[in-house]
Design a protein around this ligand. Structure first.
Ligand code: PMP
Length: 469
């Protein structure tokens, strides 16, 4: 295009917005609605803060998209990428070749993973990691001489990515509605969300009941046809839904009883988020496969994959022959070099312990205190993931919170106040959720809570003005 000026003046926010609307189709976006409103242009970041093209500072309580675990501006990651790009920007691992960063990362992942995980398959994202899971799970059962074991069970309102397999494993019905999903051989059970399915019940009793939906489903399909169960230790995109403590041990018991593989999707919960290296350690499960992405590089460059436990690795290695799957960038040297620097930094800064012993419990206390706010009907945290439920009435006749009329879109209303007041907090229905960088300090949690309270007060005033309360 000969019209592109070579010495252009810096673009204004309006220029960026116009070009964005003209050419960039954003993920999970109503393109036309966004074009009318105009995107917010994020131009730089440091620690837990972002800045936009107008110079406004934002507290990033979502770690980008659940990924910037070490916070922004970590020079060790920048240096690792730069050095690796100079040394060897790319080589593949298809042709009986490998690269030092990929080998070292595989070795380091085996060290920090739960016992029994000695192997890794690299991909570029969580979605691709879960596509790999589907291929591996089905291959495993082929090799066991049980090819009829095809069905993978996920959960409604679970999230496992946006590729055909990822979206199918997930239980977002609005995603299934576009593109003829789920793909064959995938089934779902209800989520362990007490507010939705357990009202009036003891929470732990509900946890057992929700886990037993898996057993019911296995028996309905036929145990000899079920290959695996997949779940996020804590549902992230579904609204930071922390299951009752009774849930995961019962899921483990059921998987063991029927011999089916357990897949822990740790794309969000991996790399310290819950106060352990992996969420399965927090929940007390022994998965066969672990999907990871995001926090492995703190989002500085894309990388994902699957940690492969002993049972599956043994079959694939000893009996499998060629595994017909992989990506150009499986084990990308630059991504692996950044992941190495990132994991070393997590260790050096003691971030897993920082979450488990210090800021995680502190956030839990602060969220507990939020329940006194007139708008908040429930709060949950797990490590540095937190959710608060906006509700009309703290307790209805069954003792559980009463929701606002959905047409009010109260979550979006609250999110608007947050965005306008220097806080990135996400809304999932009426659940307001956070997952700040793991480097967050107590003082920054205090600052964050101040912002949250201010935005809740503004939302409350807004709802009163609209006559919704
Ligand atoms: N699994 C989980 C649990 C996730 O939260 C996500 C993304 N939020 C994915 C998979 C998909 O990852 P990606 O967007 O990197 O494909």
């Amino acid at each position: 295009n000969t019209n592109i000026p070579t010495h252009a003046a810096p673009r204004t926010t309006a220029d960026w917005q116009a070009a964005d609307a003209a050419h960039f189709l954003h993920p999970f976006t109503d393109f036309q609605a966004l074009a009318r409103k105009g995107s917010r242009i994020i131009t730089r970041a440091h620690d837990v803060y972002l800045w936009d093209s107008e110079g406004h500072q934002l507290f990033d309580a979502m770690s980008g998209l659940w990924c910037v675990n070490v916070g922004y501006g970590q020079e060790a990651l920048v240096d690792a990428a730069t050095q690796q790009m100079r040394q060897l920007p790319f080589y593949n691992s298809f042709f009986q070749t490998t690269t030092p960063p990929a080998v070292e990362l595989a070795e380091l992942l085996a060290q920090i993973s739960p016992p029994g995980f000695q192997h890794v398959f690299f991909a570029n994202s969580g979605s691709e990691g879960n596509d790999t899971v589907v291929r591996m799970v089905r291959r495993y059962w082929d090799l066991q001489g049980q090819p009829e074991r095809q069905v993978i069970i996920g959960r409604w309102n679970g999230y496992h990515g946006s590729t055909m397999a990822g979206a199918s494993l997930g239980g977002m019905k609005y995603m299934h509605a576009q593109g003829g999903l789920p793909i064959p051989g995938i089934d779902h059970i209800d989520q362990p969300y007490w507010i939705e399915h357990g009202r009036g019940m003891d929470r732990e009793a509900f946890g057992l009941k929700a886990a037993r939906w898996l057993e019911d489903k296995i028996l309905e399909i036929g145990a000899d046809k079920v290959a695996a169960f997949i779940g996020e230790p804590v549902q992230g995109a579904g609204g930071v839904i922390v299951p009752p403590a009774s849930y995961w041990p019962e899921i483990q018991r059921i998987c063991d009883r029927y011999g089916i593989l357990l897949v822990s999707d740790e794309v969000i919960t991996g790399f310290g988020r819950t106060g352990n290296w992996f969420g399965c350690q927090t929940m007390g499960t022994r998965p066969d496969l672990i999907t990871f992405a995001k926090g492995v590089t703190s989002g500085y460059v894309p990388l994902g994959g699957v940690l492969v436990g002993e049972r599956v690795a043994k079959a694939l290695i000893e009996q499998g022959g060629e595994f017909e799957h992989g990506y150009t960038y499986s084990g990308h040297p630059v991504a692996c070099a950044v992941a190495l620097a990132n994991i070393r930094l997590i260790r050096q800064l003691g971030l897993v312990e920082h979450v488990r012993e210090d800021v995680g419990p502190y956030l839990a206390q602060q969220f507990e205190a939020l329940r006194a706010h007139p708008l908040i009907g429930d709060t949950q945290t797990c490590g540095l993931m937190g959710a608060m439920l906006l509700c009309k009435d703290k307790a209805g006749p069954d003792g559980a919170p009463v929701a606002f009329d959905a047409s009010l879109e109260v979550g979006m209303l609250c999110r608007g106040h947050c965005f306008a007041n220097g806080l990135v907090m996400r809304a999932v229905g009426d659940r307001m959720i956070i997952a700040p960088p793991l480097v967050i300090t107590r003082a920054q949690i205090d600052e964050l809570m101040g912002l949250i309270r201010r935005c809740l007060d503004l939302t409350l005033a807004d709802l009163r003005q609209r006559g919704a309360l």
